[in-house]
Design a protein around this ligand. Structure first.
Ligand code: PXG
Ligand code: PLP
Length: 427
């Protein structure tokens, strides 16, 4: 099973059998309030009839069409729709089946672009400590989560470096929204440029808000500074928006919330509301045009997946974007963000809590680790919340809360109230 303690799971399985709106139902018939949108993907809530109908309809019309030198209408329609909410000019879109595939695709696009531009020596990728970019060899190479790399360290990509992360509790603990201190962490890119040479660096990849590693919100000015440094040295900036995309930060994308436009953007999860696997890479038009116009006759970009732009995924994506638009869910996320902020910060003085942070519709509660057992306390909080009917996410000693954007104020308080009761009870 994926990222699972297989032995523990098989001795005490937790099975979810159905879902509707804000709730899962488990195999024992219990209702569980979804505090983390499944795995950060069900942004419009569960069981949306329009998405189900779109998938059904698409499956009855065209089960599958090859994507290599062939096409079908749905992914083109989805790309056009997506382009209307993406930052201006980021309208060349390549579909994958997951965030991991999107990340590997974006890294390849960066290399292809520099070759097209006559700079084939730009090959080094810069990730960031604590970054999560999926589990492909590209993604774990630029990623910065130690256990995801350690067993595979001997075979990672050869040309890599990592920025320092931005998590700084000495100055920023209990921040509301973006932390004040730490724009200068972006200057770590200057160290890397000095070491390797700016003209050898292909791309910098970061999550606008690091999700998986525990919700690390960018300090005010940090992303702008990264953007400026990349521009000064001809380095592409990739935003991995697999979690931050589709309303999570209070607007369509992290790029729009923070007002910093990358060159390439990776998406997944919320693109289909989690209903069918799908990912995407969005590229600035000039990147696409350079690769295509400089290529020899024939295939311009030697890359693709059997299921790129699959009919069911594209249909689900179109129905999902229609819901986001018609229900104004990104605006709703911005409107509900202060309620989430207030709710999570009621935990500021709970036992074990060393930080609470929030941005848009995501919040995190960081606990002091138990001596000699990192993650154990938060792991128990996760399990006990689940037992009490609330699903949250545990990562290390952090509890993350990222409910569907349809969540009510009452449900937000139910989530944080349950966490508070559990924190009072846990050792
Ligand atoms: N990039 C980012 C920023 C992600 O958050 C991926 C890439 C990979 O996507 P796929 O679809 O290949 O899983 C992700 C995925 C967690 C958790 O525990 C986070 C993710 C996946 C599963 C669990 O927070 N993020
Ligand atoms: N392995 C083999 C033997 C294949 O033929 C293919 C695709 O044709 C793949 C792996 C890659 O599969 P996918 O295109 O679904 O990523």
């Amino acid at each position: 099973m994926p990222f699972t303690n297989n032995r523990a799971f098989k001795s005490a399985p937790r099975l979810l059998v159905s879902a509707e709106g804000m709730h899962y139902q488990d195999a024992d018939g219990r209702q569980i309030l979804d505090g983390v949108s499944g795995l950060w993907c069900v942004n419009a809530g569960h069981g949306r009839a329009e998405i189900v109908a779109a998938i059904r309809e698409a499956a009855g019309i065209l089960d599958y069409a090859p994507g290599f030198n062939m096409g079908h209408p749905l992914p083109f329609a989805l790309a056009e729709k997506l382009a209307t909410i993406l930052p201006e000019g980021m309208d060349r879109i390549f579909f994958t089946n997951s965030g991991s595939e999107a990340v590997d695709t974006a890294l390849k696009m960066a290399l292809a672009y520099h070759r097209a531009q006559g700079e084939p020596e730009r090959v080094l990728f810069v990730g960031r400590q604590r970054g999560y970019h999926g589990v492909g060899f590209g993604g774990i190479s630029v990623g910065g989560i130690a256990p995801n790399r350690q067993a595979f360290e001997a075979q990672l990509l050869p040309h890599l470096d990592h920025l320092v992360h931005t998590h700084d509790l000495t100055r920023n603990a209990f921040s509301h929204g973006q932390p004040t201190h730490g724009a200068e962490y972006a200057d770590d890119l200057e160290r890397i440029i000095a070491q390797h040479g700016g003209s050898r660096i292909a791309a910098v990849i970061v999550e606008p808000v690091a999700g998986s590693t525990g919700v690390l919100i960018p300090p005010v000015g940090y992303l702008d500074r990264l953007r400026a440094l990349c521009d000064a040295h001809g380095i592409l900036l990739i935003f991995d928006e697999v979690i931050t995309g589709f309303g999570r930060t209070g607007s369509a994308f992290g790029a729009t919330t923070f007002g910093v436009v990358p060159d390439l953007m990776t998406l997944a999860k919320g693109i289909t509301n989690g209903a069918v696997p799908m990912g995407a890479v969005c590229a600035a038009r000039r990147i696409h045009d350079s690769v295509v116009s400089h290529a020899a006759p024939g295939i311009e970009f030697f890359h693709g997946y059997t299921y790129s732009g699959h009919p069911l995924a594209a249909a689900a994506g179109l129905a999902t974007l229609a819901i986001y638009e018609h229900e104004g869910l990104f605006e709703r996320a911005a409107m509900m963000a202060p309620t989430l902020e207030q709710a999570v910060h009621t935990l500021d003085d709970s036992p074990h809590v060393i930080d609470v942070r929030n941005m848009g519709m995501v919040g995190a509660i960081e606990l002091a680790p138990r001596a000699g057992a990192p993650g154990a306390r938060a792991g128990e909080v996760f399990m006990e919340c689940f037992r009490r009917g609330v699903l949250v996410r545990q990562t290390g000693d952090t509890i993350a809360i990222a409910p569907p954007l349809i969540v009510s104020a009452e449900q937000l308080h139910e989530i944080t109230g349950t966490v508070r009761d559990v924190l009072a009870a846990v050792a």
